[in-house]
Design a protein around this ligand. Structure first.
Ligand SMILES: NC(=O)c1ccc[n+]([C@@H]2O[C@H](COP(=O)([O-])OP(=O)(O)OC[C@H]3O[C@@H](n4cnc5c(N)ncnc54)[C@H](OP(=O)(O)O)[C@@H]3O)[C@@H](O)[C@H]2O)c1
Length: 246
């Protein structure tokens, strides 16, 4: 039996990249997974794969994390279906890199809505359930850009610093409640995240960039590491940077 048998993991942004890999990894360890994102066809395909490969339950809940009622519905459906919310992976995010001078105000707002408000809605919906259970684990996906600011990452970094601050505050406030929190900060990972950048100056800057050697599975592994620690251990911060060959 897997280490996470009879546990329930909610994963936002499960339709691609890190979220999808995390869903595979946690299901492989025996967890039931609840898959959330906007692209429900992709989620359904993933659910079918997971059920076939690992023989665990997988539930799809189409969710836009910028809508508070969607996130409330996600947690309610999880509780109604499986009785508990053991892990909540606040992973959905967008990285619309742009230079401040190019004034991509709509994209700034979108990043605030998804990366900060989406995480807050997750806390709002799932934390009361975890407190009532006297157990649970929130995994917030920040970024190396939540520790450092790069040219064109200013607003993205601001949102990821906010995620880190939320994780740090949760760690202080929740000590002694049985609820654990982990802030995961990946460096550049090979996913669809950069596909949505529209600032021509950033696209130009990135055009000769080397492929990153970090893959979604590497971050899923870090999430799994944090989750599978013994009960007396609270892994609060994990930074995973790419290791380039010479
Ligand atoms: N890749 C990297 O280099 C890197 C580095 C550091 C941190 N991160 C962080 O890792 C997380 C996952 O990113 P990724 O690299 O796996 O990128 P990705 O493949 O583009 O995945 C992003 C996920 O977020 C979901 N999403 C976006 N807006 C959403 C919304 N409004 N509601 C619900 N879901 C939404 C997307 O699903 P739908 O479009 O189907 O809704 C998708 O599943 C993000 O928080 C990102 O900031 C990534």
């Amino acid at each position: 039996m897997g280490k996470l048998a009879n546990k329930t993991a909610v994963i936002t942004g499960a339709s691609s990249g890190i979220g999808k890999a995390a869903a595979h990894h946690l299901a492989k360890e025996g967890a039931r997974v609840v898959l959330a994102a906007r692209r429900s066809e992709r989620l359904q395909e993933l659910a079918d794969e997971i059920i076939n490969h690992y023989g665990v339950e997988a539930l799809v809940v189409e969710t836009d994390v910028t809508k508070r009622e969607d996130v409330e519905n996600l947690v309610k459906k999880t509780k109604d279906s499986f009785g508990s919310v053991d892990y909540y992976v606040n992973n959905a995010g967008v990285m619309l890199l742009s230079f401040l001078k190019n004034d991509h105000i709509d994209e700034w707002e979108q990043m605030v809505d998804v990366n900060i408000k989406g995480v807050l809605y997750g806390i709002h919906a799932a934390l009361p359930v975890m407190l009532e259970q006297n157990s649970g684990h929130m995994i917030n996906v920040s970024s190396v850009a939540g520790h450092e600011v790069f040219p064109s990452s200013t607003v993205y970094s601001a949102t990821k610093y906010a995620v880190k601050a939320l994780s740090m505050g949760m760690e202080k406030e929740l000590s002694g409640t049985g609820v654990r929190v982990t802030n995961i900060s990946p460096g550049a990972v090979d996913t669809e995240l950069t596909d949505h950048i529209t600032d021509g100056d950033v696209v130009e800057m990135f055009k000769d960039r080397k492929m990153t050697p970090l893959h979604s599975e590497d971050i899923a592994e870090a999430i799994s590491y944090a989750i599978t620690q013994p009960e007396n251990v609270n892994v609060n911060e994990v930074i995973v940077r790419p290791m380039h060959k010479k």
